[in-house]
Design a protein around this ligand. Structure first.
Ligand code: FES
Length: 220
């Protein structure tokens, strides 16, 4: 099949785009760049979930589906407790973490909440109403969150360990952004005194049944 030269595609885009859409395209390009730059790190940092990364990759929609932002369906049956998987929706990486009872318990420890900038998810742009709760989720055990730091859009790394050497005794597991040092917990809530201003974004999502999650469509 003949492939048209990319310069032709760029020219066509330039002819049909408006200043606003060009701004959106540049923003999307930047997001994609951050994602691609960090992709190598992310694949490794899925941690316990690294073994199932190929499974995650298999849920990437076709190029056409991505272009129109089609929802992505995820089979949850192969996720084990403590594992995280990455899927791509609208060109953005989305994490699905199956939290253990221990992980959920830690989210509410008083000393940890004191370290969070917005422990109760009061910034409404960062999650749909159905995820504005203690676990930032529909089903407490599943965290569904956009894997882009709310500072400048880098992809944070997954560090579920507790009291790690790297993050200190107070660390209860979460995400670390290597770009400028922002930290988030296992509900995607940002800590105080870091550059990221807000919690990670929870994308629209719903459960089709106990085993299947759909990203890109709101729960009604
Ligand atoms: S992009 Fe994450 S801390 Fe700057």
């Amino acid at each position: 099949m003949n492939q048209k030269p990319s310069v032709t595609q760029d020219q066509r885009r330039a002819e049909t785009s408006t200043p606003e859409s060009r701004g959106d395209e540049m923003k999307d390009d930047r997001t994609r760049r951050h994602f691609l730059v960090a992709a190598t790190v992310t694949t490794g940092l899925v941690g316990a979930g690294s073994a199932i990364y190929p499974f995650a990759a298999s849920f990437r929609p076709s190029a056409k589906a991505r272009a129109i932002g089609s929802p992505v369906t995820v089979d949850l049956t192969r996720l084990e407790a403590g594992q995280q998987v990455t899927v791509v929706w609208r060109g953005r990486p989305i994490w699905i973490l199956l939290r253990t009872p221990d992980m959920l318990e830690r989210l509410n420890e008083a000393h940890w909440r004191d370290q969070l900038r917005d422990p109760d998810s009061t910034v409404e742009t960062q999650q749909p109403p159905y995820a504005k709760n203690a676990t930032r989720s529909i089903r407490p055990e599943y965290l569904v969150v956009t894997a882009l730091c709310t500072h400048l859009g880098c992809v944070p790394s997954f560090h579920p360990e507790v009291a790690s050497e790297d993050f200190g005794e107070d660390w209860l597991g979460g995400y670390f952004c290597p770009c400028h040092g922002s930290r988030f917990d296992l509900a995607g809530r940002v800590t105080k005194n870091v550059p990221a201003p807000t919690n990670l974004i929870v994308p629209p999502h719903r459960y089709l049944n106990p085993d299947f999650l759909e990203i890109g469509v709101d729960t009604v």
